[in-house]
Design a protein around this ligand. Sequence first.
Ligand code: COI
Length: 377
Amino acid sequence: MASFPPPPVNTIDWSNVGFRVREVNGHIESHYSVSTGVWSPLTFVTDPYIRLHGMSPALNYGQQAYEGLKAFRLPGDDRIAVFRPDRNAARLQHSAAFISIPPVPADLFLAAVRAAVALNAEYVPPHETGAAMYVRPQIYGSSAQLGLSPPEEYTFCVYVLPTGVYHGTHPVRAVIMDEFDRAAPNGTGSAKVGGNYAPVLRWSERARGEGYGITLHLDSRVHEEVDEFSTSGFIGVKEEGGKRTLVVPDSKAVIDSVTSESVQRIAEGWGWGVEKRVIKYAELPTFKEVLAAGTAAALVPIRSITRRVPKTSPQSLAANPSAKDHPRVTFEDGQETVTYIPEGVEDAGEACLALLAELKGIQSGKLEDTRGWRFGV
Ligand code: COI
């Protein structure tokens, strides 16, 4: 019998995996019908195209949610582990409730993730590359339904693909979205549904064209509080009186980031402070570092945050006595920028580097996993 896991395939340049879709052996599927009231046993499907009725609510009304997590080849290349899939199982159930899809039981979710990784194990990147297998569970309303009510059938799939990191580790410039609100105050902002992502595409493309790597959303009610980046969670790092503190937004409109929660636990273990609370826009200059945290992105150091707001606006930092003269803040041509990492400096800040090294060390098996975060495959 062949030993598990098989070595990585030699058809991929593992030093340059990138963040794009690559075909693998197949994906896992399970189906739910209202008449049986249960999710069916898992099946392995080699065709990457799934069967959805053209009149399904998934395709017509956005009845769909997804997850993102990662699997790593551990040192010695002879074991594979998935990072904190239990949290993704719970988060998918949270999202499912928003879009009226029956919850996928946690046991089934974990079995599906393990099976999808195991049956594609030769696509888990070699340990030493630092790359990982990205795991993408999805749920849909899949049978035909014309009226706006839940359909009879649902599909749960788990896809996998080898990836590098999404943004890399170079500092990126962020821009605040004032033209577009990602989530309504009592809306779906905390659910990982496609409807929170597709409307952002045109704005993130425009931002990219202007030299910004990432877009940041404020609360949609008054545009005064920080919510999250379009692709990842927000973390501010404070340093006061020799003490470091991570500050994360307390908002009903943000996705509960597993990466952010993990680095919060790591930081607490080091004796750093962790605060989950409302973060006012005017507080941005007081952070020493700002990080974007997500599964695909890991931790991205934010070079600067720009907002297109005239200095005369009450929302401008110029209207805030403690922010207007802050050395991190510059005003120029109807926009203002808070800079954390000056242009020309390509290194992330100290807190980012320390957290990233610990997070990746635990994920990839270089460091001991004292919290039970690695689930063996
Ligand atoms: C992830 O980080 O896993 C996500 O789902 C974000 C996505 C835009 C790549």
